[in-house]
Every structure is written in structure tokens, then in C-alpha cells.
Design a protein around this ligand. Structure first.
Ligand code: 4AD
Ligand code: MG
Length: 459
């Protein structure tokens, strides 16, 4: 007989004579005639109680089952007299699948996030991380659903690339091993690059997405991206997932409308679908989570100019660690002040000075600023970065010249401006930052299964 997952069992309308449940024992306690086990299979936060009668043939093994052990239970789904649980299983057979000895690190007690990071291969078996990664999965589906409903095409952009989209030089180099010099016992000899050409891991799929937006209309890419920033913050990882929509015939205004609609949809979806898992975060991680999510889903987002934001920060009287000055990129503390303390809701910061933004952003009529937009949200700071793109060939060439980017590597990019160029816009949303926002988890390492940060490459 097939197993039924615990979320389905707990949602049953009626008792069932014979069910099979499989999972890992969270706790066990014994009375004179019974052993009671809380069984979890990862399908939901809740456990199902298993009642094993001492008359069962292998009762001595059952009554010595340890936390973390895997079992397969065949029995009857019956109403539970216990509080807070509708159903329990009276076991006819308890098959022991895999024992977890006493040194299983996840014994029943509260573990710190720091400790759990050192056992990232096991932490998804805890309530908190099980919930976090179920939400992560659900939100990835929600992204695809949103774009499918809107008629966007899903585009796979390359991981290995020759270009540096952001122009920040924060790239991991790709090299090929020379088999002739490859000796397993020695350090790897990274002797050549990508078959004789420079190559790196992508920092953004945007440039490819632009090419496809100018062919298929509205597209999005959603995949892993890499940044070789050797910084140790709670909001940066070297490998993260980015969602990047790119829309033809769309200006900055339309880009902001789209970003706002997207974030509202995703937050609303989490509240509607991930109810039980979100409650865990609202109750134990962040008491202010529900009001925040409601406001993210309901309130109109603010839209203000970079220059006005700088004025506002300077006049705020707030002591910042870093100085705020026009022409300098804002720090996370400034972004959070604006979203969290000043506006108390998300805001789009637009029209940044061109000197601090990449080559592809559209130059505004003032000649000084570009049609950039960052979406700043409480708790996180920047969650979205994007812009209207420079579609005018001559302006783009001039800008690239000023930035010492003129020349060969971008001939294909320039082609899109030569042949039927149109206004277009897009942005990138950090998927992990979205998950931090939705769960209230404050460290990015705790919303990605196996975080890649300096010093963390095992697992
Ligand atoms: O602002 P960024 O660098 O924008 C781009 O890469 C554009 N090419 C995207 C586009 O227009 N298609 O990155 C976009 C978002 C940021 O707002 C942030 O949420 C996230 O990606 N992000 C990171 N998340 C985790 N760790 C890092 N090191 C990140 N760097 C950026
Ligand atoms: Mg950015």
C-alpha cells in the first residue's frame, strides 16, 4: 500500500481503516501499555501521533526508538482524544527503517541558528527550517505562476558568460583543468580559462534577457547568480537566486508598476497558501510579521527621487555610520531608515546619478541621472534593482565610451539597438531577500539550503 503524506492524513474528513505513514520520529514517550510517537515527514509543520500497543511483536524495539529514527507505520487513522490534533494512527505494524543513534544532533531542544548552520545538511528536519524551505519552494512556484498568468515567456540564460553585466568586476572566473597536468593528489592546476577565452559565472541574466525581450516581448529569467563580493553581511551571499523580468515597450513607470504588482502578489500568495508555516514565523521569529506583510500587500508604495531621498536623509537628524552625500550610493542603513522609519512602507528610489550606475541604464533628459529604480523595503533595504534600459544607440555608445567599455565584447548587445530598438525595462529581485522579508528571518544564510559565503563551501 502507498504511503499517505501527513498533511493529507491530518486533513482527512473521515477515519480510514488502513493507512501507511512514513517519516522520522520527533519524540517518543511510553505509558504502561503504549508507546506514543510524534511522527513528521516534512510534508507539513505538524506531526501525527502514532500509538503503538505493547502487544506488537517488535514492541521492545519500538519502545526504544530514538529521536530522528525513520519508521514506516501501517494502521488505522482514528479520531485523537488529545488536544490540538484531530487524528492519530493506531499502529498495526511499525517497521523500523533507519535508526538514529543517541549522537543525532537534533535532540528535542532549541538550537541556535548559528549551530544549525554548521549542520546545514540536517537543519531542514527542524520545524523552523522545514517551514522556511517549504515556503521557499512555494514561492518559487508562485513566481512561475505569476508570470505564466501574465503571458511572460520563461527564459534560461547562461551561467557561464563572457560579459560583466553590472560592470562591478565581482565575478568568479571559470577555468578548465588541463587533463595532462591534472593530478588528483596535488592541488588542482587551473591552467587555462574557457578553452582559451575569458569566462566567468554570471552576475545577472539581464543582457541576455534584453535580447529576448526584443524578440518574444515579455520574458523572465529565474536562476542562480554569482557575486564574488568578499563581504560578510547578513544580506549577501556569493550564490543567490535572482528573478529578472524584462519587458519590451515598457518605461520606468511601467517597470515600477510591475515590481509593485509582483511583490504584492507574492506576499499575498504566501499569506494565503503558507498559512501554517508562516504562523510559526509570526509567533516565534517576528511578532511584527503579519502587520508588515499586510502592509506590503495593501499599501501603495512610495516613489521618490534619489536627490530628494538624500536631502531627506541629511535633514533627518539621524546619526548614520556612513555619511550621506549626493553622488554616493546609499548604504543599507540609509535604505532601511527610509523604508522602516521614515516612510514605514516600501519605496522606489529612482533617478540615481549616472556615475554610480551601470552602462545600460537610460540617461535622463538632465544628462546627469539615469532611469534607475531600487525598491527598498522595511527590514531588508534593497530587494529589487532595475531600470529602463538605454535604447538609443548613439547615447549608449557615448556612455560606454565614457566608461571605457567601447569595443568588441558588446557588439551583439549593440545590435539590439541597431535593429528595431524599442524602449524596454526590467529589474532583478533577490529571491533570498524576498524570503527574508516574508519569513522575518534576519540572516540570508538561513533562507538558502546551502549558503555560499566566504569560508562556507562544504555540504
Ligand atoms: O541590483 P542588482 O545588482 O541588479 C542587477 O543585477 C540587474 N542586472 C538586475 C536587472 O535589472 N535585471 O541585483 C538585483 C537584486 C538586488 O536588489 C538584491 O535583491 C539581489 O539581487 N542581490 C543579492 N542577493 C543576495 N546576495 C547578493 N550578493 C546579492 N546581490 C544582489
Ligand atoms: Mg542593486
Amino acid at each position: 500500500q502507498d504511503r499517505i503524506k501527513i498533511d493529507k492524513l491530518l486533513a482527512s474528513e473521515k477515519p480510514i481503516d488502513c493507512v501507511v505513514a512514513k517519516g522520522w520520529v520527533r519524540t517518543r514517550r511510553d505509558s504502561k501499555d503504549f508507546s506514543f510517537m510524534e511522527l513528521n515527514d516534512g510534508s507539513c509543520l505538524k506531526n501525527i501521533q502514532i500509538v503503538a500497543d505493547s502487544k506488537l511483536e517488535n514492541y521492545s524495539e519500538i519502545s526504544s526508538l530514538t529521536t530522528g529514527s525513520a519508521i514506516s507505520v501501517t494502521g488505522k487513522l482514528v479520531p485523537s482524544p488529545g488536544k490540538g490534533q484531530k487524528w492519530e494512527i493506531h499502529a498495526d505494524v511499525v517497521e523500523i527503517v533507519g535508526i538514529a543513534p543517541e549522537d543525532y544532533p537534533l535532540q528535542k531542544k532549541r538550537h541556535s541558528d548559528e549551530f544549525l548552520r554548521t549542520i546545514a545538511h540536517l537543519r531542514a528536519r527542524t520545524n523552523k527550517y522545514g517551514a522556511a524551505f517549504r515556503i521557499r519552494s512555494e514561492m518559487a512556484w508562485a513566481v512561475h505562476n505569476f508570470y505564466r498568468e501574465k503571458g511572460f515567456r520563461y527564459l534560461h540564460t547562461p551561467i557561464i558568460t563572457g560579459s560583466d553585466c553590472e560592470g562591478a568586476g565581482e565575478m568568479f572566473k571559470v577555468t578548465t583543468l588541463d587533463p595532462a597536468n591534472f593530478n588528483k593528489n596535488e592541488k588542482m592546476d587551473c591552467s587555462s580559462d574557457f578553452f582559451g577565452q575569458e569566462a566567468n559565472l554570471t552576475v545577472s541574466g539581464q543582457l541576455s534577457a534584453e535580447m529576448f525581450a526584443l524578440a518574444l516581448g515579455d520574458v523572465y529569467t529565474f536562476g542562480p547568480t554569482f557575486r564574488a563580493e568578499n563581504s560578510n553581511t547578513s544580506r549577501h551571499v556569493a550564490e543567490f537566486w535572482m528573478l529578472e523580468p524584462e519587458m519590451a515597450f515598457c518605461d520606468l513607470e511601467g517597470n515600477m508598476d510591475h515590481g509593485e504588482e509582483l511583490l504584492k502578489y507574492l506576499v499575498r500568495h504566501a499569506m494565503d497558501v503558507c498559512t501554517e508555516d508562516l504562523d510559526l514565523f509570526a509567533n516565534f521569529v517576528d511578532k511584527g510579521l503579519k502587520p508588515l506583510l499586510n502592509s506590503l500587500a495593501e499599501d501603495k508604495y512610495e516613489r521618490i527621487n534619489y536627490n530628494d531621498a538624500v536631502d531627506l536623509l541629511q535633514k533627518s537628524g539621524k546619526k548614520f555610520e556612513y555619511k550621506v552625500e549626493k553622488g554616493i550610493d546609499l548604504q543599507s542603513e540609509h535604505e532601511r531608515f527610509l523604508a522602516e522609519e521614515y516612510f514605514k512602507k516600501p519605496l522606489f528610489l529612482i533617478n540615481y546619478p549616472k556615475t554610480i550606475k551601470p552602462f545600460y541604464m537610460r540617461v535622463n533628459d538632465d544628462g546627469e541621472t539615469v532611469a534607475a529604480m531600487d525598491l527598498l523595503v522595511p527590514r531588508i533595504g534593497e530587494i529589487i534593482g532595475g531600470s529602463q534600459r538605454e535604447e538609443r544607440l548613439n547615447v549608449l555608445e557615448e556612455r560606454m565610451g565614457q566608461m571605457n567599455l567601447a569595443g568588441e565584447p558588446y557588439w551583439w548587445y549593440m545590435d539590439s539597438r541597431k535593429f528595431g530598438s524599442v524602449p524596454h525595462s526590467g529589474f532583478g529581485m533577490g529571491f533570498e531577500r524576498l524570503l527574508m522579508l516574508i519569513t522575518g528571518i534576519t540572516n540570508i544564510r538561513d533562507v538558502i539550503p546551502f549558503p555560499r559565503t566566504p569560508g562556507s563551501i562544504e555540504f
